[in-house]
Design a binder for this molecule. Sequence first.
Ligand code: NAP
Ligand code: G4F
Length: 343
Amino acid sequence: MAKVLITGISGQDGAFLARGLLEKGHEVYGAMRRGSTSKTGRLNELGIRDKINYCTLEVTEFANVQNVLNEIRPDQIYNLAAQSFVADSFQFPHYTSDVNYMGVLNILEAMRILKLDTKLYQASTSEMYGDVLEKPQTEKTPFNPLSPYAVSKLGAHSLVVNYRQAYDMFATSGILFNHESELRGLEFVTRKITSWLAEIKLQGKDALPLGNLSSVRDWGYAPEYTDMMIKMLEHDKPDDFVISTNTEYTVRDFLFMAAQEVGFDLHSEGEGLEEKCFDRKTGKLIAYVDPRYFRASDVVYLRGDNTKAQEMLGWKPEILAPEIARRMAIYDLKKAALNTPGL
Ligand code: NAP
Ligand code: G4F
C-alpha cells in the first residue's frame, strides 16, 4: 500500500484516479484549494468522498506546497491541479502560467529540497502539439503550442524532463489526449453538448451555440485514462507516454452522435459561420455556430499514436467516442429529468 497525494482531486480526473487508487488499496490524500462552496461533488458521485484524507493546497504558493509535502511525505504524487480550460487561458495567461508552470516548479523544488524519494506523475497534454507537425502524434513529434495553456504545460513538461535528468527523480509525464466522461466540466465541448441537448429535449432550452464544429479530437474515456496514470507510475522507470485512442472525430460528429441518443436526428445547413443544425423530424433548430466560441488560435487536429503505451504498459482503449457520447447523453438526460444541475 502506497501513500498517494493527488493535487486537483476535485476535478474530473482527480475523482476517477482516487477511485482507482482506493480500489488498489492505496491510502489517498486529496489536495484541494479552498473555496466558498463544496468541491466534493464528483467524489460524492463516485461514493468515495469519505475515504480520502483531505488537505488544503494552493500550488502557486511554494511554502504551502513544501509544508504539505513535508507533512504527508507521500510515496507518489499525481499532479493534476491546473487551470485546464484552454479558452480561458487566452483571458488569463499570467494566472494560467502561475498554476500550470510555477505550480509544477514548486512541487519539483519541494521534492528536491526535502530529498523526497517520491514518484511524480505530471499531467501533460496533447495540446502541446498545437499546430501539429506530424499525424498522428507520438512521443517524438515536436511540440508546436497554440495557446497560453499549451505553452504553460509545455514549460512544465520540460521541467519534468529536466528534473528527471538532473536529479535522477522518478518523474513521469502522461501526454494525455482529450478524455471525457459523465463527470467532465460543463464548459468543455463534449459535456456542453450533452448537457445542453438534454435540456433542450426535457426543459425546452434554446438552441446550442458552438464554435469550430470542424475541429478534430481523439476522444477517450476518462476512467480508462486515469487507470493508465496508475500504470505509468507502476512502470519500472520514469518516461513520457502518449495516451490516446488513435481515432478521430469532429465536434460536429460528437454533436450528431449525442443528439441521436437524446432523440434528435440532425442535419446541417449552411457552411462556416452560417452553419445550423436542425432536427429532421421536427425541423427545430438545435445547434448553430456562434463566433463568440472561436479561439484566438485553435488546435484543429489531434490524433495520438498510442503504440508505446500499448507495448510498454499494455494499453488498449475499449471505450471510443460513439460510446462516450452515448453514456454522457444518457447521464445528462437523467440529470435534466430530475432537474439537478450538472457537476
Ligand atoms: P479539471 O476537471 O479542470 O480539474 C482541475 C483541478 O485542478 C481541479 O481540482 C481544480 O480545483 C485544481 N486546481 C486549479 N487551480 C489550482 C490551484 N491553483 N491550486 C490547486 N489546485 C488547483 O481538469 P481535468 O480534466 O480533471 O484534468 C486534470 C489534469 O489533466 C489537468 O492538469 C489538465 O490540464 C490535464 N489534462 C486533461 C485532459 C483532459 O482531456 N481532461 C487532457 C490532457 C491533460 P478547483 O476545483 O478548486 O477548481
Ligand atoms: O472541449 P474543449 O474545450 O477541449 P480542448 O481545448 O481540446 O482542451 C481539453 O483537452 C486538452 C487535451 O488536448 C486538455 F489539455 C485540456 O485541459 C482540456 O481538457 O475544445 C475541444 C475543441 C476545440 O477545438 C474548440 O475550439 O472543440 C472546439 N469547440 C467548438 N465549439 C468548442 C466549442 N470548445 C468549447 N469548449 N466550447 C464550444 O462551444
